[in-house]
Design a protein around this ligand. Structure first.
Ligand SMILES: *Cc1c(COP(=O)(O)O)cnc(C)c1O
Ligand SMILES: [Zn+2]
Length: 439
């Protein structure tokens, strides 16, 4: 059980299911009102002393002077851990890239790509794993464990290695070889479970209980949302600088220090990232640091649409599906963080957008060729969803939109070659070059 954390601004955890509240350290993972695993869990939401943060930490959080910390550590007053507990490998501070040619293709004026493939283990999951490692450090855990088939595990393995923290990872026996290699390279102990992802997930929870390990499982550990929300803090801070050329503390008068975009597009599997994206913007607004909260759009593959279906049908808990999508990072049968995902979209007046796998894979090309960003299929899905939302009239031409690329294209090379094709094989002669390129 974690110790109360005197040196953070965390005030407690609130259950999104029964409304129960807990002081920091009283509970680690989920509310006892529904402690079993599966989609219908007592998910906890971290709450902070926003008045104290606004009055005592404002200058540090707005600061952008040379030499200021730009990684997620910058935002520590809005995190559930102390800055010193974070692993040494810097996470976050990924670029927000203005993409004018891509904006033209979509038919909007202002489009940015937040490239979270440029994190240490090449996905947005590093933001969450950093928090898990900090929590484990503050509560003196020998091992941090997670169940995952891909990027969450890679993030835990990489950051765990940097912190000298032992990690155990449960993967389903069928996990892709390339992703398992990343875990082994970083020195995690990898246990391949005969069974599904759900079996691996439940076994990980059991092992953590039995052996006192710290559990990073997505949609179970409430603090993973807290790491993921930092992407929104960065988007707001970077957008402010990109649009006005002014730094937040120079904006003066009564203007809020940060600007929020009109809409944000992000792909959705378990629903944890989108929940974090919304929470980050909501907290900035609550602090009075932005004028509004962007509409949040969740993009799902038609081959893995559990949360979209729940949203469409007005359900609070999604019904499981049989996932078939090729975008493996968003392929989920029974999503673990649907409650936070549904809240994100409903409260922000966004929507869920469905796209076919073919459109997801095709979107890899304009993202790279017009936006300069090589995304894995689940990353390109955000752009595919933006194209679709534009077709449906959900986004207007004069709006400012951010699409988050959640993972690097190097994570899934076969998907990329599938749409980009093969090189042309030629003999080593100038004539062959001229003939082939018709020069
Ligand atoms: C995990 C992941 C997602 C989906 O995030 P959820 O929290 O499961 O909704 C999207 N893209 C990439 C690259 C991911 O690794
Ligand atoms: Zn509860």
């Amino acid at each position: 059980m974690s110790q109360p954390n005197a040196r953070t601004f965390l005030t407690g955890l609130r259950c999104l299911r029964c409304g129960g509240t807990y002081v920091p350290g009283e509970l680690e993972y989920v509310c006892p009102c529904r402690p079993n695993t599966g989609s219908d869990l007592g998910h906890l939401d971290a709450e902070y002393d926003y008045e104290a943060i606004g009055s005592t930490r404002k200058d540090a959080l707005w600061a952008v002077e040379d030499g200021a910390i730009r990684s997620i550590e910058r935002w520590w007053p809005l995190l559930p851990v102390q800055a010193e507990s974070l692993p040494p490998l810097p996470v976050g501070d990924t670029p927000l890239l203005r993409a004018d040619r891509l904006a033209d293709a979509v038919g909007i004026e202002e489009l940015y790509v937040k490239d979270d493939g440029r994190n240490p283990s090449a996905s947005l999951k590093d933001r969450a794993s950093a928090i898990a490692l900090a929590k484990a450090r503050e509560t003196d855990r020998e091992v941090v464990a997670t169940a995952s088939t891909g990027n969450a595990a890679a993030a835990l393995a990489a950051l765990g290695a940097s912190a000298g923290q032992a990690t155990v990872i449960f993967v389903p026996r069928t996990a892709p070889k390339a992703k398992v290699a990343q875990l082994l390279v970083y020195g995690s102990r990898v246990l391949a479970v005969y069974g599904t992802y759900d079996d691996a997930f439940d076994l990980c929870v059991e092992a953590c209980e039995a052996f006192g390990w710290y559990c990073r499982n997505t949609g179970y550990n409430p603090y993973m949302t807290e790491g993921k929300k930092t992407v929104s803090f960065e988007i707001a801070a970077q957008l402010t600088e990109a649009r006005s050329g002014k730094r937040s503390e120079d904006r003066g008068g009564n203007i809020p220090p940060f600007e929020a975009p009109d809409a944000v597009f992000v792909s959705v599997g378990d629903g944890s990232i989108i929940g974090g994206v919304y929470k980050g913007f909501r907290e900035l607004h609550r602090l009075g640091w932005t004028e509004g909260v962007p509409r949040i759009y969740g993009v799902q593959s038609a081959g893995s649409a559990a949360i979209h279906n729940a949203w469409r049908d007005g359900l609070d808990v999604p019904l499981p599906v049989e996932s078939t999508t090729a975008a493996d990072s968003i392929g989920v049968n029974a999503p673990r963080d649907a409650v936070k995902a549904l809240r994100a979209v409903r409260e922000s007046d966004g929507a869920f957008v469905l796209v076919e796998d073919k459109a997801i894979l095709q979107a890899i090309l304009p993202l790279a060729r017009l936006g300069g960003v090589f995304g894995e299929p689940a990353g390109a899905a955000a752009l595919a969803g933006l194209f679709e939302a534009r077709r449906q009239g959900l986004v207007q031409a004069d709006e400012t939109v951010v699409a988050i690329n959640t993972g690097s294209g190097l994570k899934d090379v076969p998907a990329a070659t599938g749409v980009a094709g093969e090189p042309i094989v030629i003999p080593p002669t100038l004539e062959a070059v001229a003939e082939t390129l018709k020069i």
